[in-house]
Design a protein around this ligand. Structure first.
Ligand code: NAP
Length: 243
């Protein structure tokens, strides 16, 4: 029987690449999106045309009720979720003194509360089955702290704390909870950075290049594997050695 993976924010970037990789590796894929239905459909079509099974599910993951509805729709369409990848996220660069209360709330609810929402709605079925994999997406800025990204760094550091605590709590139920912590990965999220900044970041990265969505997706696939059952509560840096 094929396993089902739910990947949040799979319409673009890292999530879309991970969806295709998991689809090519025999998983049924629930492709979550929020605004970009056309891109989500494209991701699902790629998987289906490669001989896999993918369906798209709209939900704003910062909204608990939308997540609850999505999880019950996935149960009908694809059955139990075996692997949950909390990938959806937003970023924003500005001075701490310019972060308004609304911006703070949006950053925390989209990047951190979303992880609570999805874990809380999916865990009961994993606990019942006594197996599951949860993979959260933090960031090197959640580990190191990024200037002009205080709210983003705080949310991503929160994901690391959530991961470590939840890993301990659900380990006796046969569930692992880990983080991947990407460095600089070339997606839309980096589109606001100038070529000069990207060149500087490349120079600062010991392997001498920036990351690709596939670099991160491969790490997710590794953590999702049955044979990764002794790895839990960990933060796996995918950053070319920059940290
Ligand atoms: P991206 O290309 O900007 O894609 C972001 C994805 O998140 C989109 O699919 C978007 O869906 C989805 N999303 C945003 N808000 C959402 C919401 N409220 N509900 C559901 N989906 C939502 O970003 P990316 O670079 O692939 O980033 C993926 C993850 O990696 C994020 O958590 C990010 O913080 C993390 N990360 C990225 C980097 C990097 O350098 N790129 C580095 C470290 C960590 P729609 O377009 O459909 O709205």
């Amino acid at each position: 029987m094929s396993k089902t993976v739910l990947i949040t924010g799979a319409s673009r970037g890292i999530g879309s690449e991970a969806a295709v990789l998991f689809g090519n590796n025999g998983y049924n894929v629930a492709v979550n999106y929020n605004h970009n239905r056309v891109m989500a459909e494209k991701t699902a079509q790629t998987i289906n045309s490669n001989g896999g099974t993918a369906k798209i599910f709209k939900a704003d993951v910062s909204n608990y009720h939308q997540v609850e509805q999505m999880i019950s729709d996935i149960a009908v369409a694809l059955g139990d979720i075996h692997v949950l990848i909390n990938n959806a996220g937003i970023s924003q660069q500005l001075l701490f003194t310019d972060i308004t209360p609304d911006m703070w709330q949006t950053m925390i609810s989209t990047n951190l509360t979303s992880v609570y929402n999805c874990c809380h709605c999916v865990l009961p079925q994993m606990i019942r089955r006594h197996s599951g994999r949860i993979i959260n997406v933090s960031s090197m800025w959640g580990e190191a702290g990024g200037s002009c990204e205080v709210h983003y760094s705080a949310a991503k550091a929160g994901i690391i704390g959530l991961t470590k605590a939840l890993a301990k709590e659900v380990a006796p139920s046969g569930i692992t909870v880990n983080c991947v912590s990407p460095g600089v990965i070339m997606t839309d999220m980096m589109s606001g950075f100038s070529q000069e900044t990207l060149n500087e970041l490349t120079e600062e990265t010991p392997v001498g290049r920036l990351g690709t969505p596939l670099d991160v997706a491969q790490a997710m696939l590794y953590l999702a594997h049955d044979k990764s059952s002794f790895i839990t509560g960990q933060v796996l840096g995918v950053n070319g050695g920059i940290l």
